[in-house]
Structure formats: structure tokens, C-alpha cells
Design a protein around this ligand. Sequence first.
Ligand code: GTR
Length: 424
Amino acid sequence: MRCLNCISLFFFLLLFQSAYAQRENVISEESKVPEYQLPDILTRFKGGKVKSEKVWVKKQRPEILKLFTNEVYGKVPGNLDLSEVKIWETSDQALDGLAKRRQLSLFFKKDNHNLEVNVLIYLPQTNKKVPVFLAYNFTGNHAVFNDPNIRLTESWVANNPSVGIINNQVTEQSRATASDRWPVDEIIKAGYGLVTVYYGDVDPDKNDFSDGIHPFFYKDNQNKPAYDEWGSISAWAWGLSRVLDYLEKDPQVDSEKVAVLGHSRLGKAALWAGATDTRFAMVISNESGCGGAALSRRRFGETVQIINTSFPHWFCDNFLKYNGNEDILPVDQHMLLALVAPRPLYVASAEGDKWADPRGEFLSAKYASAVYELLGVEGLPVKEMPAINQPVMGTIGYHIRSGKHDLTLYDWQQYLKFADKFFK
Ligand code: GTR
């Protein structure tokens, strides 16, 4: 028994040491960024330049999309449509009469699998179709806004006693605990709707492929996705597209003006949703960092190896090949951003969010601009990184704000301005 304890202590120390060593090597100064060469976005993989919109749309874009699918995020193994929609409640009296509220569930069914995705919608008081922001939240719809009518999620949520999440279940104490991130009043007053969903409804964020959407597609004896099949980010992106399927049928939503937005890991999912589903009219990445907007080859802050080690379920297993080996990646994240072109794209960073590599996020947007220009629109309107709190907005927008890793009112104010530019 004692010996067993010694052995586990030994392994614990070994693990701790290797995690520590990994963090020790994290690049946090610009001068330490290694030399790297990015794949040129307008050079064909078989050689030659992309000189026309046609070659971009018919050849280069599909090839880039396929590489991201097979090597980074993983492919969705099949099709599955919405089986049923259940409207739980509607009210015209939300936000003291300023807004309409709707709560509904989208049900997915296949063989003996069932999945329920809860959707919370706030819309301005009008009978016209309105543009909306579609965004996942981290801990459940009830956390987004101080409104006792919002249903508490019954899904698995990562424990966090400080916001009343105990035994992986939320409690009354969890209400409005993320409301700082969701300025619902401002969004509504600006004439937009907000559609939000708890991301764990689609796939709980843990290294466990027995729950969420993944098992719906397993073949006999399969218990996790194959090496080129979807990780969690790809599953979350799939979920965003299924919510959009519903929004296309909603008479009060202008489904041609849906901006998909996400913060951090959910920013990675929003980008992948925007890349795979061109129905999203605008894509907003809030501090999505490694595997999102930031260039992998810079290895600044979080690296491919670190992210694959801390979150082994986020990407497909093929992505493991690039641990510590970013230079052999056939793509880099500027190419992911270019998949959104010519649709409006906003990339945001925060000064205190070095882990997400703000400069790497900016450069990615800058290099993606070549595709926007080829398609006849302005990409980023600047060549140099703007100063703190000085947003720039072409068809690609960018800002780096003061403060830490977060989704703030300041961020939303820029997104509302950006949306006005294209949606109003
Ligand atoms: C961090 C992770 C980042 C980012 C973040 C988040 O721990 O390293 O890639 O996704 O989580 O989602 O909050």
C-alpha cells in the first residue's frame, strides 16, 4: 500500500514537472519569437499563384478548408437534421417591455441517442425581422442576464462553487453570474437580437467522447472519433449551424444577417463555424488565441503542444502531429480567417491576454486581407498594429483593448458599430 502511494507520488511529481517545464518555455516576449515562414495564402499547394476570384472560390478555398478539416478540427462524420422544436415560453414583457423573450429547445434524435439544445432569444420590440448575434455562453443561459424567467440548465456544467455550480449542476445562485459579458439592454436598444446557447448542451467540455453529439455517429465498436474526425470545437461549430437552421425558419429573425460571435475557446468555435458555413453573414472572434485567430507558427503564449495537452478533446487527433512542429503545418490561422472572406470579420485582442498572442491575432487578420482584396473588398484598413483602444474597421475589423482576457462592454460596443456598418 505504502509502495503504491510512493509510485503515485512519483508519477504525480513527474507530471507536475513536465507541465511546469512546458509553462517555463512559454514565449512571452516578442524578441523570443522564432523565425518562421507562413504558407502564402495566394500560392496554390501544387504551385502557381491564385490570381482570380474564380480560382480562389473553386480551388484554393476548398483545398484550405479541407486541410483545416482533416488536420486541425476534424470532419463531421454525417448529417443530422433537427428532429423537433419545443417552444417553452414567449413573453413580450422582457426587459421591462423593451424586448421579447423566447425560450425553446432543439431536439436531435438518432437511434437511441437524444440531445436537447436550449436556446434563449431576446429580440427588440418590432414585428420586422431583425439581425441577431448568435453566441454560445459558458455556463448556461440563466447566467447571461438577470431575469428570473430564464430556465436553469439541467446539463452538466464544470464545477465552480463561486457561481453556485456544485456536483456539475447549476443552482439558483448561478443566475446572472456572467451578466457582465452580456449587455442585453445595449444590444436590444441598438436594434439587434441576441440568441444564446450553453455550449455544453452540444458537447460537454471534457475529454470524454461518450456524451454530447459525438456518439450519434459512431460505427459499431467505435467509442471515440477517428483521427480525422471532429473534436469538440468542430462539434460546437456544428451546433451553431444547427441553431442557424432553426433561425432560418424564425419569422422574426433576419437569417441573412446573423453574426456568429464567440469568446476564447468559443471564439475558436465561432471562427470554424464561419469557415464551414457561409450562411453566417459576419464572424466575430473575441480573444480566440491558439487554434483560433492567432498564428500557430509564432509559438507565442499558448502553443499547439500546450493546447493539445491541456485540452486533448478540442481538435482532431491528426493535430497532435504538429506538437512542437508547427512549421510542418500545411496551413496557419491567417488561412482560417481568409475562409470567411469576403464576409465581414472582426478579430479582437486584449492587452493583458498575452496567452492568446494579440500580435499573432493581428498579423493573422493582416495576412488574411490579401484574400479580401482579391475578392474586391478592403481587408484590414491598416498595416501596423493599432494602439490600445483604437479600433480599426475595414471589412476586417480589429482592436486590442486594455484589460484582461474577457468579453466586455467595450468589445460589444465595437461589434455593434461594426454590425451597423454592414447590417443597417
Ligand atoms: C484557456 C485556453 C485558451 C482559451 C481559454 C478559454 O485555458 O488555454 O485556449 O480557449 O482557455 O476558453 O477560456
